[in-house]
Ligand binder design. Structure first.
Ligand code: GTP
Ligand code: MG
Length: 389
């Protein structure tokens, strides 16, 4: 399963976002370093379930909306110089090692300083916080490389030794291949065999960019001053109200509203059972959603998975006529796969044995065989035919 991490300075709403997205418990408070140990939970990517257009009811979606699980980590707040041990230190950067992509939570309202202390609304420019996270991660990666540098340089004296492979081994866990190392070396125009610290830092920034794609999300949009929002919008930042999303999910649990995460709006089920305070709260959230096309929480997760990680959702089935598994369960599984994946890749994802014994695949919609080199499309329903038992 893929893993997303929520990162950013303290007190910007990471745990609120985490709680809204996972409905798992996490401590929330208006002061820095509320979260000390990371929270781990399961969030979901939203997609349209194919069952609706096929005129079927799969039982695995909500009103034709399918939610596919991903891991979500809520990391402790990071401050400038965290890599030197400032704030809660750099052990927390280590949690980011597990992440395939990072949602960088910003405080779009500008009401917290670089270290997460409350300040006057609009007085801190959130754009300043974007570069800092990249820098901290770069220096953290540099710290790892530095520990191994003398040995790598020594080994690089031997012609048979590949420094690219050596560095990729140092970064095991970051998912860096020797080719990535070569690409990063080329794009910063250095020679790793005799690089100086300055060049190496640039190289590490490139490694971070390759291994940890990041999207900034301006949280607390509900309390952000309009001029600041305009500035952030023109810098390409999208917004969220994590607190709004959390309130909506709680209202759904309480049977008060009907809403699916990622919807642009919600509807009230029982107007008469709402207290005046609840009504006012929901009205405020509705206005923020109208201005932003939703609360932005689900949208951030979806963008991280579909745009940053370039994933698609595909559905393996065993019976292409019933769109089901052997027990008749319709569209029982939804898999996230890298764009460009083939039916053979899907077979391997279902099970290594099925992948190894892959014979061919059938597109369940057309009932036609597809080549093992065919590029899977979002929403494809595929029957894998394999010699495996
Ligand atoms: N107005 C508003 N406040 C929010 C929103 N999201 C979070 N907050 C508030 O921001 C404060 C910090 O929220 P947390 O979720 O604890 O922030 P955090 O980033 O996890 O903080 P640390 O764990 O200290 O790093 C709390 O008072 C939240 O209620 C939002 O969308 N709108
Ligand atoms: Mg927190």
């Amino acid at each position: 399963m893929i893993t997303l991490a929520l990162a950013g300075k303290p007190n910007c709403g990471k745990s609120t976002f985490f709680r809204a997205a996972t409905m798992a418990h996490a401590e929330i408070a208006n002061y820095p370093f509320t979260t000390i140990d990371a929270n781990f939970g399961v969030a979901y990517v939203r997609t349209e379930c194919p069952c609706k257009s096929l005129g079927l009811q799969c039982g695995n979606c909500a009103d034709g909306i399918r939610f596919v699980p991903v891991n979500l980590i809520d990391v402790a707040g990071l401050v400038p110089d965290a890599h030197k041990g400032k704030g809660l230190g750099n052990q927390f950067l280590d949690h980011l090692r597990q992440a395939d992509a990072i949602i960088h939570i910003l405080d779009a309202s500008g009401s917290t300083d670089t270290e997460g202390n409350p300040v006057e609304t609009g007085s801190h420019d959130p754009r300043e916080d974007i570069a800092f996270l990249q820098k901290e991660m770069t220096m953290w990666v540099y710290g790892i490389l530095e520990k191994h540098w003398a040995r790598l340089q020594r080994q690089a004296q031997s012609k048979a030794y590949s420094i690219h492979r050596g560095i990729s081994e140092v970064f095991t866990g970051l998912g860096i291949t020797p080719e990535d190392v070569q690409d990063a070396e080329r794009s910063v125009a250095i020679d790793l065999a005799r690089a100086e610290p300055e060049g190496l830092v640039k190289f590490c920034a490139e490694i971070v960019a390759i291994s940890k794609p990041m999207i900034p999300v301006g949280n607390r949009v509900d309390m952000a001053p309009a001029p600041l929002l305009d500035t952030l919008r023109s810098a390409g930042i999208t917004f969220a109200t994590a607190a709004g999303e959390l309130a909506l999910r709680n209202a759904v649990s309480g049977g008060l509203i009907s809403y699916h995460p990622g919807d642009p709006a919600f509807s009230i089920i029982k107007e008469e059972s709402l207290s005046p305070a609840q009504k006012a709260g929901l009205q405020t959230i509705a206005a923020v959603m109208k201005a932003n096309g939703g609360t932005g929480v689900q949208q951030a997760i979806d963008r991280a998975v579909y745009e940053l990680l370039r994933m698609i959702v595909v559905y393996p089935v065993e019976d292409e006529h019933k769109f089901s598994d052997s027990r008749g369960r319709i569209l029982p599984d939804a898999f996230l796969m890298k764009k460009g994946s083939t039916p053979r890749d899907l077979a391997f994802q279902v099970h290594t044995d099925i992948g190894k014994a892959f014979l061919y695949a059938v597109d369940a919609r057309t009932k036609m065989r597809v080549k093992d080199t065919h590029e899977l499309k979002p929403g494809d329903i595929i029957r894998i035919v394999s010699a495996a038992k």
